[in-house]
Design a protein around this ligand. Sequence first.
Ligand code: 13P
Ligand code: 13P
Ligand code: MG
Ligand code: MG
Length: 362
Amino acid sequence: MSKITLSVIKADIGGYVGHTDVHPDLLEIAKKMLKEKGDMLIDFHVTRVGDDIQLIMTHREGVDSEKIHKLAWDTFLACTERARELKLYGAGQDLLKDSFSGNIKGMGPGVAEMEFEERKSEPVVIFIADKTEPGAWNLPLYKMFADPFNTAGLIIDPSMHQGFKFEVYDMYEGKKIVFNTPEELYDMLVFIGATGRYCIRKVYTKNNEIAAVSSTQRMNLMAGKYIGKDDPVLIVRCQNGLPAVGEVLEAFANPHLVFGWMRGSHTGPMIPVSLEDAVPTRFDGPPRVCALGFQLKEGKLIGPQDLFKDIAFDSARKKALEIADYMRTLGPFEPHRLPLQELEYTTLPHLMEKLKDRWEKD
Ligand code: 13P
Ligand code: 13P
Ligand code: MG
Ligand code: MG
């Protein structure tokens, strides 16, 4: 049997209202497009978190398939047309190029794809987030695949005991490195703790079986000016030599601080929420993460399960809201407002230019 590819491609096509949600018409158009034009798909599911649309697709075309990327691009274009008609906020926000050029990467939308042989049972969790950026996955991925206080399987399951391999990507330099854990944990943490620059792009077993893939675009670096954060997605395969579904979700039980929130320029807690509660309104946030669980059946997407709906995440939500209250009291001061180098791609260069003659040597 040939391998299955699971592709998650996302974009912000326009917010309803402001940056809070996706208009239902856009979701309908996306579903219609994938149904009518997606002959090469085995299955698909269209979803959203905040103002971002995700196209979850299974097929046998492999990763970086021009056909699949073009389908996603055309779908987003069709959605943009409607977004413009409705004058939705920031219509076409994430489509940075005028025409498709073979691969959707580097054109604005976020992409996470993996190709694998479907196992006897293939549970996957797809995380989708709004009001944050790809580095937001670093801490949870570290917990899932390298922290025995989170993932009991690292101790208990003989097939996980040897650890995992992490591919870390430098978003400024466009370079990557692979770390072996647990052997190189301390080396790796030096980099992945700097979430604005380095992000965990892939996790493999020591036998080179793919376990997790994240989207790692940084649109503001691509566009040279602020045009919204790169609200990221993450695919994680679970069970049977990989972290259990509950271990994967456990990584979000203590809300961590991420970059994003208002104007993509603030630090705030990432709240795990149900799809229904994924409408960030307070100060355009705080950042949200949803988890969709699927069982694959010859590429068919059986699901989704709305995994953060569980009341067991209520205390994480409560804690996150308390952290949010506290962070807001800091107003325009760091660390609520992002450090300068993170603002470098927003208003800072303009202000520096405007004030350059008023700075005197002292
Ligand atoms: P506006 O200046 O378009 O209101 O931008 C603020 C904002 O929402 C940033 O995306
Ligand atoms: P998005 O990246 O979700 O569009 O949010 C942008 C923003 O500026 C929110 O205040
Ligand atoms: Mg938006
Ligand atoms: Mg968004």
